[in-house]
Design a protein around this ligand. Structure first.
Ligand code: CMP
Length: 836
């Protein structure tokens, strides 16, 4: 039996130390894991020395304290692992990861396999253990902890996309490595002959099965949360429960990878949760998980490193040799991935090209952390394995962790400096100057306003704003003296300032709840892309990012394919609704940015640059308005509903502001104020955002076809049964020349272009139809038909076409007439009219 009080004291003391280490690490500019590991090793050394020495009576208490902790590898795996993995999933930005899914997935899975194989085969000839055990060690050390590298990348202002790539890779990397670890461990324990095909199959099942299970679990959680009425404590409790239930269900019930299950559940909650959980609660959830994961990570670190001295004592010369091989193999594998696998990806434009200094920094910063220690511990306590395996895996894995922490971790900053990644380029320095100048201008303006409001003397104002203005002038002179200060560079910086301002405006809209969460994410992503574009490519980069923000992204395309091939309309409707709102907001944002250009950019950058920036904004505004118009034409009702929702939000914001003023002036008592506020909040919550409806109701669409306007109720009802609604995206090829005919299409809204051989193009708008000629003549399609805008079509399949023609003589006559005229026209090679 252990003494509960002693255990609690030990844990509390650990927390004291763990808390103290954070500020210390920040001061020493070292990754905090380095200090945690050092601390753990120190405790381990002291307590084992104390246990062996009769003299050190004082230390005996400390020794007993930590040796009595009921922490086994099982505790670490079951208690801490689900927490660590769930947190990594739930706090990551899934949409961002999805944008770079190809390189991330490839890197994560391939890198894990390459590292495992490289280490396994390098150690096999020397290790004196079977190959599977060497591979097992490889999978244990294949997980990397990117926190240290990312922190430094943020400090030196590395491109955001690069940071995301490292983050995303490490996230999936862990899952892949652990899934592989479990498969290999099972192979060793069962004593089977290792078999690559079996291994690959088990790995795939464990990985994909876990992913599917996790997505289901995450969705179940969100469903449950919708019943909780927005109670943040209840919501947070459920997420903690989910982490454990998903892990154990995956491991014990479904026999898939528990870690992958937890990760997928976390990612699902992160992707879909932001829109279902209120922003306030979401922030709480994020904070809570940060705290939980911090404790879990720190405790794993300290607890595992307490065991290190014992392991190190048992190390012999042969182990040292193996250590050397392991370190070399781990680095070579990492370099292989970065220098040989990444370039083809950037060649195919799947990822941003990454410069050599960054690659070297990523390789050097591949620290191994809590997960490696936890897995090593799990191996060392697994009774089904023999002592040689225990020793081999535990000693080498811990050794590598120590090496990466004590050598790479402590030298990472100097290495970054050596690689020149920490120097601000001229451009970045100028950028910083300009950003500061903008901020100082704002400060001066606020000071003047305050002075005016309180009738303060001009002298006081001059005293206060003097230093700021001096700084602005000095920065201006410095930049003017800079040889590289071409007009182009100035414009690039102005655009960067604009993009930064855009981001700030989006965040403001978010804090005021004028836009839905999903829309805010789209807008933020656009603003980030603009920032990156302006940073990397100046004016061209900004314009490219602006263009691509209007294009249809992966999520949209995926939703459309789901609709097209499986008839799932909801996701498409959601994406379209999102696009609608995002476009509406982008237009507002650009209008505000125009004002910003006049007010702030003009004084700092001069008339020419400000004029150019305004031209670029105008072009953006036009393109946005066109895209918005394309949607508004089809869905005027939704546009109106969105605008109303927007105005309502700002109205209730004003209302609350008013009440607050009344309350602060003492005109209404607290209870009444609270009551009023609550009623506004409730009304705000109840007023759901308008749901987007694809508008594919056959009866309504039929009403838009002149061809069928003469039909009576009875006929209409019959026709309605024959027609099927279909949605089409701009630029979609609906018919292909030479195909066998299968249907006729009526355009209920939108426009298409008929592309005849010989370059002739004819546009058809709402009310007209196409695809009839091939059916009537029983020949292949004569032309390509491509949609120009969003289209809502009514499709009449071949079998129903004949019925339709037989039942509706008027329509038949008209269709025949048009087909005849088109035939005639094509024969003469003349496209006289568009339309009919
Ligand atoms: P089909 O040949 O089935 O497929 C291509 C379609 O393009 C064709 O039917 C017509 O509906 C349409 N089309 C072909 N020629 C013309 C034309 N001159 N004017 C308008 N539409 C045409």
């Amino acid at each position: 039996m252990f003494d509960v009080a002693l255990v609690l004291v030990a844990i509390a003391l650990l927390l004291v130390v763990v808390g103290g280490i954070q500020p210390l690490a920040a001061r020493l500019r070292l990754p905090s894991t380095v200090l945690l590991a050092g601390f753990g090793i120190a405790i381990g050394a002291v307590s084992s020395a104390a246990a062996h020495s009769a003299l050190a009576g004082h230390f005996n208490v400390a020794g007993r304290l930590f040796q009595e902790l009921p922490v086994t590898s099982e505790t670490i795996i079951y208690v801490f692992l689900p927490l660590l993995v769930f947190e990594a999933g739930v706090t990551s930005d899934v949409r961002r990861i999805l944008e770079d899914w190809a390189p991330i997935l490839l890197l994560a899975i391939v890198a894990t396999l390459v590292t495992t194989a490289a280490i396994g085969f390098a150690l096999w000839p020397l290790g004196g253990v079977p190959l599977v055990v060497c591979l097992l060690l490889g999978s244990v050390v294949a997980t990397t902890d990117p926190a240290a590298v990312i922190a430094i990348f943020r400090d030196v202002g590395a491109p955001a996309r690069l940071t995301r790539l490292v983050e995303g890779e490490a996230l999936l990397n862990d899952a892949a490595a652990i899934a592989l670890f479990v498969v290999l461990l099972a192979m060793i324990v069962s004593g089977r002959e290792p078999n690559v095909a079996d291994g690959a199959r088990e790995f795939t099942v464990a990985f994909l099965g876990g992913a599917a299970l996790g997505v289901v679990a995450g969705r179940l959680l969100l469903f449950a949360i919708s019943w909780l009425g927005g109670d943040r404590l209840a919501e947070a409790s459920l997420t903690v429960a989910l982490a454990y239930l998903a892990f154990i269900a995956g491991e014990r019930l479904f026999h898939v990878s528990g870690v992958v299950t937890v990760l997928a559940a976390g990612l699902t909650v992160s992707a879909l949760g932001r829109a279902r959980i209120s922003p306030y609660n979401w922030a709480f959830l994020g904070d809570l998980w940060e705290q939980i994961a911090f404790w879990a990570r720190s405790l794993v670190f300290v607890l595992a490193s307490i065991l290190v001295p014992r392991l190190l004592v048992s190390m012999d010369r042969h182990d040292l040799l193996l250590m050397g091989v392991l370190i070399a193999a781990a680095f070579v594998a990492r370099l292989f991935v970065l220098f040989l696998l990444l370039p083809p990806l950037s060649y195919f434009n799947l990822t941003q090209p990454i410069g050599t200094p960054y690659k070297l920094a990523i390789a050097w910063g591949g620290l191994r952390g809590a997960l490696t220690l936890a897995l090593a511990l799990a191996v060392s306590e697994n009774r089904a394995l023999d002592p040689a395996t225990h020793h081999f895996v535990a000693v080498l894995a811990t050794g590598l962790v120590l090496f990466t922490l004590l050598v790479s971790g402590t030298t990472l900053r100097p290495v970054i400096r050596l690689l020149g990644l920490d120097r601000l380029s001229t451009r970045d320095r100028m950028l910083r100057d300009q950003v500061l100048a903008l901020a100082y201008e704002e400060v001066c303006e606020a000071v003047r306003d305050t002075a005016k409001e309180y009738s303060l003397s001009d002298d006081a104002v001059r005293e206060t704003v003097g230093p700021y203005q001096q700084w602005i002038r000095a920065a201006g002179a410095r930049d003017d003296a800079e040889a590289g200060l071409t007009g182009r560079a100035r414009l690039a910086i102005a655009l960067l300032a604009l993009a930064n301002q855009e981001r700030a405006l989006v965040l403001e809209a978010w804090s005021q709840r004028t836009a839905a969460a999903a829309t805010v994410q789209v807008l933020l992503r656009n603003a980030d892309a603009l920032i990156e574009g302006a940073r990397a490519g100046g004016r061209l980069g900004y314009r490219r990012a602006a263009r691509s923000s209007l294009s249809f992204r992966f999520g949209f395309r995926a939703a459309y394919l789901l609709y097209k091939h499986f008839g799932v309309a909801r996701l498409l409707a959601e994406r379209l609704g999102e696009r609608f709102e995002a476009l509406l907001f982008t237009r507002l944002l650009i209008t505000e940015l125009m004002g910003f250009t006049g007010r702030r950019l003009h004084p700092i950058f001069g008339a020419r640059v400000a004029g150019l920036a305004r031209d670029i904004l105008t072009a953006r505004l036009d393109a946005t308005a066109t895209a918005l118009e394309a949607l508004r034409n089809h869905y005027p009702d939704h546009a109106a509903a969105l605008e109303t929702a927007f105005l309502r939000q700002s109205a209730s914001r004003r209302e609350i502001g008013r009440y607050q003023a009344l309350f602060e002036e003492g005109l209404i008592p607290r209870e009444i104020y609270d009551d009023l506020r609550r009623s506004v909040d409730e009304a705000r919550l109840a007023a759901r955002r308008p749901r987007f409806d694809l508008g594919l109701d056959t009866a309504r669409l039929i009403g838009r076809l002149d061809l069928l306007s003469g039909l009576d109720q009875n006929q209409l009802a019959r026709v309605q049964r024959l027609l099927r609604p279909q949605f089409a995206m701009p630029d979609e090829r609906i018919l292909r020349q030479g195909d066998r005919p299968d249907a006729v299409y009526f355009i209920a809204s939108g426009a298409v272009e008929v592309r005849l051989g010989g370059g002739q193009r004819i546009q058809l708008g709402s009310g007209s139809f196409f695809g009839e000629m091939a059916l009537l003549t029983n020949q292949p399609r004569r032309a390509d038909v491509v949609s120009l805008t969003f289209c809502r079509l009514l499709v009449l399949r071949k079998a129903e076409f004949e019925k339709f023609m037989a039942e509706n003589p008027d329509a038949r006559a008209e269709i025949n007439r048009v087909a005849q005229a088109r035939l005639e026209m094509n024969r003469r090679g003349l496209a006289v009219t568009a339309g009919q």
